[in-house]
Ligand binder design. Sequence first.
Ligand SMILES: [Fe+2]
Length: 167
Amino acid sequence: MGFFPWTLRKIYQIIRSKMEQLISKLKQFQADSVVFYSTTHGFHWNVEGVLFTQYHAFFKEVYEDVYSTLDVIAEYLRKYDEYAPFALSEFMANARITEVRLQSTSPTTMAATLLGMNNIMLETIKDLFKTTQPLQEQGLANFLAERQDKHQFWGWWLRSSLREAIN
Ligand SMILES: [Fe+2]
């Protein structure tokens, strides 16, 4: 000890613990994104009914959007000198979103399930955003602000698809 003056060592410990919080939330965001992506792709495959064409296309738009973020999220982990998880069991351990299996092929049941998952995605993004602020990680914060916007957009589409139209 005595390597750093007390205050410097304290500052170093605070920064390291803030970085650990950021990395843990980033891994949760990665895992939630994988579960959300995988569920949406599965709904794209299995949806049935008179609205098949619309929902098949809608789910595709959503899963392609979320899939496009997986590489970016993993590379943020590498930028922070952390290895990026890739085993499905790691994603299951890190995710806040609970995975589902096919319980209904109804588009509205699927949309309701996705809306619930989308709300959790928004919470995860906001929690992670908070951890970027004390560290002034503006690049990640900027990416997350865009993702929050996009998931709010998907939330609007999902909610609207579940409502009765006013005639
Ligand atoms: Fe397809």
